[in-house]
Design a protein around this ligand. Structure first.
Ligand SMILES: *Cc1c(COP(=O)(O)O)cnc(C)c1O
Length: 463
């Protein structure tokens, strides 16, 4: 049924937008994040529907009549044809009542492909219709950059520049970016840290003249369309496993687990959402102790979860505040100045107790889970997935988690071969489509940590 879907900002002071404007805007003008004005209800699955068909049906609810159904279906078909497994996100049984959903069969071997393969195509379609072009600029410490590049590398209307800290990513991660040879892709190794890269990206976005002239855009994890695309696999897991399930999510920015919250809000039979954290445990402390206080980031074996301020948490906070944007903005302002955030007992009773659980694992425990799982089932887990599997084991042992549970496998073990080899003695091979990764020529520009030099590069490289 065609309809007009509107998006509102979590800080309540930005204009309402339709889907395509929210897609291209990323962040709202008041600094908030876009969410739909209403949550749709989950439609039943058509018998025999494929993943791409279920995806098109669900994302259409959030796009409304801004794109025709045939277009949405075509984009979903193309996006999920890039996955190397016919089920796209297969469920594999690990243990009694414990499954993993493998989200890593996309081109860059991490779950971010599920969203970014679709988001890149949505961008290109919308820009083509509008006769516009954008330059996506982003900073990466690993997984996001390669997934974003792969998602847009065939787009006619999108250029992309990704900055990464020179010498500070793994060989696999770097090569996944530098070996893509497309005329619209540039990779820059910055002589600095990840934070330096991120600060320069922010500075480019804050320069209104530069931003407008270059038509800058972003596909970072706060982009609504990424959260939207992730809702689908929670729903397909509940389609396939009878009865209510729990879903455990190795978490960093809270984007993935918030997609699970939406699936449940739409009516998917999800009981508990389990937030799994590494030593960077701000989310675990919030859920278990109502203590959200930022600490310094500690490097871990699961680097894509090395995050202290989880940007997508703002979307849950908005819901906990009864969708009061002013209140949400105030609370976040206090968090920024005091470094602390807590919520009221009635908010915890309504949104958290009996709905979310959390557990954390340090690196030693993570290696133990990889080794034990390999011994028991022969399955190799990457360190992020292992944090999830270990969190489920801890909560089961504590007697708080019961029934069928699905842990999201967020990365392929071959993406983090050193940790896997350390735990098991086995070095996981890259899958066939990436087998030549170490033979392909690399293309990348090394630039100093200097904003003027980076801006000069961005503004001259494509035209
Ligand atoms: C990005 C990422 C995560 C964290 O996901 P969020 O949506 O930021 O919570 C976990 N595991 C892997 C492998 C990732 O790439």
């Amino acid at each position: 049924m065609p309809n007009d879907v509107r998006y509102v900002s979590t800080r309540g002071a930005a204009p309402e937008l339709g889907f395509t404007d929210a897609l291209l805007a990323g962040l709202a003008t008041d600094g908030g994040l876009y969410v739909p004005a209403q949550w749709p209800a989950l439609p039943p699955r058509a018998p025999g529907a494929t993943y791409a068909q279920r995806a098109a049906q669900i994302v259409q609810l959030f796009i409304g009549d801004e794109l025709p159904a045939a277009t949405v279906q075509r984009l979903c078909d193309e996006a999920y044809a890039t996955f190397s497994h016919p089920a796209v996100v297969p469920l594999v049984q690990l243990h009694h009542e414990h499954f993993v959903q493998e989200l890593f069969h996309g081109p860059t071997l991490a779950f971010k492909d599920v969203a970014l393969q679709l988001v890149g195509r949505l961008f290109d379609e919308v820009l083509r219709e509008r006769g516009q072009r954008v330059t996506i600029v982003g900073a990466t410490s690993g997984d996001t950059g390669s997934a974003a590049i792969d998602g847009v590398k065939d787009c006619a209307n999108v250029d992309i520049v990704i900055l990464y800290p020179h010498g500070r990513t793994s060989d696999v991660q770097r090569r996944q970016m530098t070996t893509v040879s497309s005329p619209n892709v540039r990779v820059v190794a910055v002589e600095g840290t990840f934070d330096d890269c991120q600060d320069m990206v922010k500075a480019m976005f804050n320069d209104a003249e530069f931003r407008a002239r270059m038509q800058l855009s972003a596909v970072n994890s706060i982009n609504w369309a990424r959260v939207m695309a992730q809702i689908v696999y929670y729903i397909t897991a509940t389609d396939l496993l009878a009865g209510p399930i729990n879903v455990c999510v190795p978490s960093g920015n809270f984007g993935n687990v918030f997609s699970g919250w939406i699936a449940r809000r739409m009516g998917a039979p999800i009981d508990q959402l389990v937030v799994a954290a590494n030593a960077n445990d701000i989310l675990e402390r919030f859920f278990n102790r109502n203590d959200m206080s930022a600490a310094a980031v500690v490097p871990s074996l699961s680097p894509s979860m090395d995050i202290q301020v989880s940007s997508n948490f703002e979307r849950l906070l908005f819901e906990m505040n009864g969708r009061d944007g002013g209140l949400t903005a105030e609370q976040l302002q206090r968090f920024r100045t005091s470094g602390r955030l807590s919520v009221e007992a009635d908010q915890r009773a309504e949104f958290i107790e009996g709905r979310f659980q959390a557990a954390r694992l340090d690196d030693t425990e993570t290696l133990g889970v990889i080794s034990r799982t390999y011994g028991e089932s022969g399955m190799l887990l990457d360190p992020h997935t292992a944090v999830g599997v270990g969190a489920v084991a801890k909560l089961r042992a504590a007697g708080t988690l019961h029934g069928t549970t699905v842990t999201l496998a967020t990365a392929h073990p071959a993406k983090f071969p050193d940790a896997v080899e350390r735990a098991t003695g086995v070095r996981p091979p890259l899958p066939p489509h990436l087998a030549d990764l170490f033979e392909l020529p690399e293309q990348c520009t090394v630039l100093p940590h200097d904003l003027a030099a980076i801006k000069q590069f961005v503004s001259t490289t494509f035209r």
